[in-house]
Design a protein around this ligand. Structure first.
Ligand SMILES: *[C@@H]1O[C@H](CO)[C@@H](O)[C@H](O)[C@H]1NC(C)=O
Ligand SMILES: *[C@@H]1O[C@H](CO)[C@@H](O)[C@H](O)[C@H]1NC(C)=O
Ligand SMILES: *[C@@H]1O[C@H](CO)[C@@H](O)[C@H](O)[C@H]1NC(C)=O
Ligand SMILES: *[C@@H]1O[C@H](CO)[C@@H](O)[C@H](O)[C@H]1NC(C)=O
Length: 567
């Protein structure tokens, strides 16, 4: 959130009710054309299913969106009745124009200023407004670090495209106009505000007199004995640099106070790091719109080509595609009650897949990279057992190679194809089979179903391929192979080495394709006095510190109390 003050002028927000109905007439998702013939065929390089999968999986979570700040997903939602919102400032005025609110007071407090007097002994200081929602607020969520003002960082692309039709690098800190224009645009849809993320989650509230009630205006005791430089002047919030000469009008504790304010803000953000994220927002995934949707925004396919995920930008979208995206966003914000979707809990459905594989794949990667047990053939057997365990629900009794044809190459994988198909289709086959669900699904839900299916299909492809290779190598304890002369085969050391080598390559490729944030951890794990941290805007703005670690955030442990670590 950029600190916007002083604030004058009343923005009268009208909540217009839209009841327009839209018929979503895309063709039903068909599985009949899907091939289950080649375990070696990797996914299309232009595919984005795994990225859409990851966006759904990462909704409202701080960690993944601190890592990939360049958001691509817009989701409508509500903030339920009874949610507390905070707004800290240096005077007791309630904002009369669109302004920020935080959901955690730790994020609001640093903006409340000091509680001393200025040079003219005018009382100025540490005011905190606490508001509560009195009806469900209608909000729009932008994923990524969508409140971080990073020039050319992609964080603001979606907002700027929606309101200004283009991303103008010169307007990266134009927060006043951005918010005013977002609210003016959102007024047509009855939007009360916008959910964004930076050090923590925030709601940019369009009207402090609509849907919220002021509970209290408190003059808090500040930790601080002087003013915080307004972020808009420095392009950072919480820019408390005690080394700057203009800033040292103060006592010896300032460094500590600055550290406390900084740490506690990201500390509060870290409470929402992992699934289920910040549960105070209720997002409606049946209205999800993604810039990774290759049907909706095909112009971004060539724009992403050759670029790493860090560098994907919605900004490269064509005018035609942007018109389509805006129309889609308009549709989901004006849907009637009849088009609220299938009733499937997509968040839970996606998370089932992540639960089933995140930890198992991580263990697999560990086993592939360890030297315990110390003989490669013992390790190979251990890993093969893990691969089998992952696939147990899908390995039918009949899934075994024909005796005598076991040790030949990939054309003998045919016996394993039903395991792949079972693994890849069991979670959603009932959706494909149900005409009722099919007819109720929104366009967004079809996108979600495809993302779920394709991501799951690829996980299953690779795991089955690995398992089948182990079976062929005679490593599977439950499918002992017999050689042509009827004796059990003994595995040569050379074969184990080759199998493990291939497995490692397969597992590496799969895990980098999935690229799940749950695997991004501090290694070794942080101590009790520490917290795992990803470099977070705006703390990497200090001169001379813009290195790769901030561009492509890597986790590290920081201290929870004095002496604080540099962020
Ligand atoms: C103090 O008051 C003078 C005269 O009213 C004004 O010009 C000046 O800006 C004030 N200083 C501060 C720090 O508010
Ligand atoms: C700020 O601190 C520096 C170093 O301690 C000192 O030289 C300077 O005079 C101080 N400036 C003010 C405005 O107090
Ligand atoms: C990927 O996208 C590029 C650029 O749009 C296109 O030329 C290429 O044919 C696509 N590849 C596949 C496998 O669809
Ligand atoms: C593999 O193990 C080595 C040594 O323990 C470690 O440094 C490296 O980070 C590991 N690589 C992966 C991908 O886990």
């Amino acid at each position: 959130m950029q600190l916007l003050r002083p604030l004058f002028g009343l923005a009268a927000l009208q909540h217009s009710a839209h009841a327009t109905q839209f018929s979503f007439s895309t063709p039903t998702v068909s599985t009949s054309s899907i091939q289950w013939t080649d375990l070696t065929a990797p996914p299309d390089a232009n595919a984005t299913s795994q990225l859409i999968f990851d966006a759904v999986n990462a909704v409202l979570q701080h960690w993944p969106h601190t890592r990939y700040r360049n958001g691509h997903t817009i989701i409508p939602g509500t903030v339920p009745v009874g949610t507390l919102l905070y707004h800290g400032r240096q005077d007791r005025e309630l904002p009369r124009t669109p302004e920020w609110t935080s959901v955690d007071p730790e994020h609001s407090f640093p903006f409340a200023g000091d509680s001393t007097t200025d040079a003219n002994t005018t009382a100025e200081g540490c005011w905190q407004h606490t508001l509560v929602t009195t009806r469900p607020l209608k909000v729009l969520y932008f994923d990524g670090s969508s409140a971080a003002n990073i020039k050319e960082g992609g964080t603001l692309d979606m907002q700027d495209l929606l309101i200004w039709g283009k991303v103008d690098p010169a307007r990266w800190v134009d927060e006043r106009e951005r918010l005013d224009d977002l609210c003016a645009w959102g007024n047509d849809f009855g939007l009360d505000g916008f959910v964004r993320m930076e050090m923590d989650f925030e709601i940019m509230l369009c009207d402090f007199s609509q849907g919220v009630e002021l509970i209290s205006t408190d003059y808090l005791a500040a930790l601080w004995s002087r003013h915080i430089t307004p972020p808009l002047q420095r392009h950072t919030a919480l820019s408390l640099d005690t080394t700057s000469s203009a800033d040292n009008l103060s006592g010896p504790n300032d460094r500590i106070v600055a550290d406390i304010l900084r740490f506690e803000t990201i500390h509060a953000g870290s409470w929402h790091n992992q699934y289920p994220g910040d549960t105070r927002f209720k997002l409606d995934l049946t209205g999800l719109v993604s810039f990774y949707d290759t049907t909706l925004a095909p112009s971004l396919i060539p724009a992403r080509r050759g670029k790493e995920r860090w560098d994907h930008r919605p900004a490269g979208i064509s005018a035609t595609d942007l018109t389509a995206v805006k129309a889609r966003v308009g549709e989901v914000l004006t849907r009637g009650p009849d088009s609220d979707g299938s009733g499937i809990d997509w968040q839970a459905s996606f998370h089932v897949i992540v639960d089933r594989y995140a930890d198992r794949l991580e263990t697999l990667a560990y086993l592939l990279n360890t030297t315990t047990p110390d003989t490669v053939s013992e390790r190979a057997r251990l890993i093969q057992t893990q691969l089998r365990i992952m696939l147990t629900p899908y390995i039918l009794y009949t899934a075994r190679p024909t005796p005598g044809r076991s040790s030949t190459a990939s054309d003998s994988d045919t016996w394993a194809l039903p395991v792949w198909k079972g693994c890849a289709t069991k979670h959603t086959a009932h959706i494909h089979a149900s005409p009722t669900l099919q007819s109720r699904m929104t366009v967004s839900e079809r996108l979600l179903l495809t993302a779920l299916d394709k991501t799951n299909r690829e996980i299953c492809r690779v795991v089955v391929k690995m398992w089948a290779a182990g079976v062929h190598a005679g490593l599977d304890p439950f499918i002992p192979l017999e050689s042509d002369d009827g004796h059990a085969t003994t595995l040569a050391l050379q074969d184990s080495l080759r199998v493990v080598h291939d497995w490692r390559a397969d597992a590496d490729r799969l895990m980098s394709w999935l690229d799940w944030a749950v695997w991004v951890k501090c290694r070794p794990a942080c101590g009790v006095e520490e917290m795992c941290y990803l470099p977070t805007w705006p703390f990497f703005w200090h001169e001379g510190r813009k290195d790769e670690r901030w561009e492509r955030p890597q986790p590290r442990c920081i201290r929870r109390f004095e002496p604080y670590s540099q962020l």
